[in-house]
Design a protein around this ligand. Structure first.
Ligand SMILES: [Zn+2]
Length: 190
C-alpha cells in the first residue's frame, strides 16, 4: 500500500541506502496478470525467505510505501510486510506469513487508498472497520491479532493482494473503467 500524500517517509536515510541498487526489487504494476493470481502458502520460513523479506523492506521504504505483498515483487507466496509507524518515529517492520482474516466487523471507508502496483490512482474503498488476523511471524511463531483503523485497512489491502485482488477490484465499475482507460492510453503512448 502506498503512503498518504502528506505522510511521506523520507527514503533518504542511511538505513535504506544500504545496498540500495542491488537490493531493491521491481514492483509489478497493473495490468500485469501475475497480480491477479492467488499466491501459494509459504512452506518453509528459511534463510531464503528472510532474504526476500529484507529486500522487500528496502523496496517498500524506498517507494515509499507502508505495506508490500510478496506477489507485488513477483513472488507467488503468501507473505507480506508492513510498517504503519508514524513517519517521524522509529521504523517498525512487521512480517506476516500465510495470513488470513478469520473475522470482520463493521464497515469503514478508507479514503484515497493507493497502491504501489496501481500508480497514479487513488480511490475511496469500503473496508471492514475491524478484523481478526491469524498467521505466523517471521520466526515461525503463530500469531493472532485484532486490528482497527489504518492497520486494519493496510492488512485487508495486502491480504487481498495475496489472493490476487487489487483495490480497484473493490471500487465501482465506473471508476475502475476510468483508470483502465488511462492505463490503456499510457501503454499505447510508450
Ligand atoms: Zn497494493
Amino acid at each position: 500500500m502506498k503512503n498518504g500524500e502528506n505522510n511521506t517517509v523520507n527514503p533518504d536515510t542511511p538505513e535504506t541506502n544500504r545496498n540500495l541498487h542491488t537490493a531493491t526489487m521491481e514492483i509489478l504494476t497493473y495490468p500485469n496478470k501475475f497480480l491477479s493470481e492467488p499466491t501459494h502458502p509459504v512452506k518453509n520460513i528459511d534463510g531464503e525467505l528472510q532474504n526476500m523479506i529484507e529486500r522487500m523492506a528496502v523496496t517498500m521504504y524506498q517507494a515509499p510505501g507502508i505495506g508490500l505483498a510478496a506477489i507485488q515483487v513477483g513472488i507467488n507466496q503468501s507473505f507480506l510486510i508492513y510498517d504503519v509507524s508514524p513517519p517521524d518515529s522509529e521504523r517498525s517492520l512487521q512480517v506476516l506469513v500465510n495470513p488470513r482474516i478469520v473475522s470482520k466487523e463493521g464497515t469503514t471507508i478508507s479514503e484515497e487508498e493507493g497502491c504501489l502496483s496501481v500508480p497514479d490512482f487513488r480511490a475511496d474503498v469500503k473496508r471492514a472497520a475491524s478484523i481478526l488476523v491469524e498467521g505466523f511471524d517471521r520466526n515461525e511463531k503463530p500469531f493472532r491479532m485484532e486490528a482497527q483503523g489504518l492497520l486494519a485497512v493496510v492488512l485487508q489491502h495486502e491480504i487481498d493482494h495475496l489472493n490476487g485482488i487489487l483495490f480497484i477490484d473493490r471500487i465501482s465499475a465506473l471508476k475502475r473503467g476510468i483508470y483502465k482507460r488511462k492505463v490503456k492510453k499510457n501503454l499505447k503512448n510508450t
